[in-house]
Ligand binder design. Structure first.
Ligand code: PHE
Length: 347
């Protein structure tokens, strides 16, 4: 009896092992050993012929055999189920798993589009720090001490842990515009060059539908031997038509910035009422302000060691949120920063 049990044990385990991964063969093995007429079932039935003295031991061995075979079969079926679950078998009739793709934030998208236009006109992209010194944010840009934009109500001044001797007597602030990057770039480079500078800027404005304490700008600066106001007009006209459509008209209004002379504020014809002055977006004016611009003030060139008699340049700065709002018809700047997926999904 014992030999017979050992023999069946070996045979069964071998057969189950070789049926690995094949559901039909595993099922056949189950029937062959554990089925109603299976070999193990037959063994139990043959107990009647066993010498009563040997019966308990024989019964124990057959039970062990049964347990081993059952466990071997279960293990194989379990790993088969895992393989199938992992796609080992493909049910092409099942509905697919849809995964929502992430996408760019509308502000990032708008920045990319703006930069792309200027890159195609020969500009290259440069960036600068968001924590600035008063020198770069104001002085070097010809913004005098008494200028209102330097007031604590208009600028985030910050404490700094920078204790290098050359910086201890500097006041630090979150840059209020991207123009300081003009200075940083010119200190390290010689003309001619054309750069665009994207980035975050900070002003302690009370938040409402059109104000945010942080927003984005794209600054432009082209410097060379014979840069003229007509270049500024040409570049900005191309930009406005590409971003707002070929019918867009431009208007230059005289303005003032300490770092440009002359300076202009640039409007586009209202993209909603097509400049007719008939809608609330342009307030019935027909024009929408989109950026500040001008010819680089010679004093700025002197501050970076350029020869202001020979060198000329144009500069402009635009608010990205404003452009995105006009382009996509968004009426509240706060929507950009609330991370509401229902809003962001639309771009
Ligand atoms: N720095 C100005 C602002 O933030 C914009 C500007 C940039 C104007 C360059 C002229 C030239 O309002």
């Amino acid at each position: 009896m014992k030999e017979k049990i050992d023999e069946i044990t070996q045979e069964a385990l071998k057969e189950i092992e070789s049926a690995k991964g094949d559901r039909a063969s595993l099922e056949a093995a189950r029937v062959k050993y554990l089925g109603r007429k299976g070999m193990i079932t037959e063994l139990f039935k043959s107990m009647a012929q066993v010498d009563p003295a040997e019966r308990p031991e024989a019964g124990r061995l057959i039970n062990i055999l049964k347990d081993n075979v059952t466990k071997a079969l279960d293990d194989q079926l379990l790993s088969l189920a895992k393989v199938e679950e992992a796609g080992g078998r493909l049910d092409i009739t099942l509905p697919g798993i849809s995964r929502r793709l992430g996408k760019k934030h509308p502000i990032t998208k708008t920045i990319d589009e703006i930069l792309g236009i200027f890159i195609s006109l020969g500009f290259r992209v440069v960036e600068g720090p968001e924590i600035e010194t008063e020198y770069y944010n104001f002085e070097a840009l010809n913004i005098p001490l008494e200028h209102p934009s330097r007031d604590a109500f208009d600028t985030f001044y910050i404490e700094t842990v920078d204790r290098r001797p050359e910086t201890v007597d500097q006041k630090y602030l979150l840059r209020s515009h991207t123009s300081p990057v003009q200075i940083r770039f010119m200190e390290k480079n010689k003309p001619p060059f054309s750069i665009v500078v994207p980035g975050k800027v900070y002003r302690p404005d009370a938040t409402d539908a059109s104000h945010s304490f942080m927003f984005h700008q794209v600054e432009g600066l082209a410097v060379g031997d014979n840069i003229r106001f007509s270049d500024l007009k040409g570049i900005l006209s191309i930009f406005a038509r590409r971003i707002f459509g070929s019918k867009t008209r431009l208007r230059f209004r005289p303005s003032f910035f300490p770092f440009t002379e002359p300076s202009a504020e640039v409007d586009i014809s209202c993209i909603i009422c097509k400049g007719q002055g008939k809608c609330s977006v342009c307030g019935g004016k027909g024009w929408l302000e989109i950026l500040g611009a001008g010819m680089v003030n010679p004093r700025v060139f002197e501050n970076v060691g350029y020869d202001s008699e020979k060198i000329t340049g144009l500069a402009f700065g635009m608010g990205v949120e404003r452009i995105a709002m006009l382009k996509y018809g968004i009426d509240d700047i706060r929507l950009f920063f609330e991370n509401d997926i229902r809003f962001l999904r639309q771009f």
